[in-house]
Design a protein around this ligand. Structure first.
Ligand SMILES: [Ca+2]
Ligand SMILES: [Ca+2]
Ligand SMILES: [Ca+2]
Ligand SMILES: [Ca+2]
Length: 231
């Protein structure tokens, strides 16, 4: 398991830059009017580009989609990293402990036949194809993964219960992490963090678990310069 510590540097840098830009815009607006006392009071209403769309809060976590993009959190779920703490309250919204609970050491007789985080048939996302080679039908799956920037070692970690996923003996299934959660086999994935922004390449360390079996681990690499969401 990857033990590297997340410095949170990229996220903080992004936020700091955005904050400084906001201050600059505020200062410029004040200077250009030549009437500082009345301008300050009316500034919020003057903010350009603000309309109903920019205040849309798709997941209802109190952070508009536009703000989630700035902060690097997922606008489609109120708890980006799956640790149970709402994005708005989470001091580390892109970092969680592994919340899997398992004492069994029985091997999970699942083969991952394909796992990718780029070059998908549709827009880039985490996609896992797996086959149950055992004699037991599997259910109650969950997943924990970290993604680590190959250059600055920034790390994000995510935990998710794979609701509704079953894998019967002999069965093969593909699951997608693309936020299309109304469809079976589709789960959340944060496109606003490292995945959508790092251009250095990423290493995914993944643990997949089904109840009563030992979690299995595997790794996927995302190549340098491929931070695009859609190819
Ligand atoms: Ca939100
Ligand atoms: Ca959110
Ligand atoms: Ca959280
Ligand atoms: Ca967290």
């Amino acid at each position: 398991m990857n033990k590297k510590i997340n410095t949170g540097k990229t996220w903080k840098t992004t936020f700091t830059v955005a904050f400084i830009l906001s201050l600059s815009a505020f200062a410029l607006a004040g200077c250009s009017s030549g009437n500082s006392s009345s301008t300050a009071a009316t500034l919020p209403a003057v903010t350009s580009g603000t309309n109903t769309k920019s205040s849309t809060d798709t997941d209802g976590d109190g952070m508009p989609d536009s703000v989630e993009k700035t902060y690097g959190t997922n606008p489609y779920t109120s708890d980006s990293d799956g640790d149970g703490v709402n994005d708005k309250q989470d001091k580390e919204p892109l970092k969680t402990e592994n919340l899997m609970k398992e004492t069994s050491t029985a091997p999970l007789e699942v083969t991952v036949t394909d796992a990718k985080v780029e070059d998908n048939a549709t827009a880039d996302h985490l996609e896992i194809t797996m086959t149950n080679n055992g004699n037991t039908d599997l259910n109650n799956f969950d997943i924990y993964y970290t993604m680590t920037d190959k250059v600055d070692k920034t790390l994000e970690s995510y935990y998710q219960v794979l609701n509704g996923l079953t894998l019967n003996a002999g069965e093969t299934k593909t699951i997608h992490f693309d936020n299309k959660v109304s469809e079976a086999g589709h789960y959340y994935m944060n496109m606003n963090g490292l995945y959508g922004n790092s251009k250095n390449g990423l290493t995914f360390d993944i643990q997949l678990h089904a109840k009563d079996f030992q979690p299995m681990t595997f790794q996927i690499e995302k190549a340098k310069g491929t931070a695009e969401v859609a190819d």
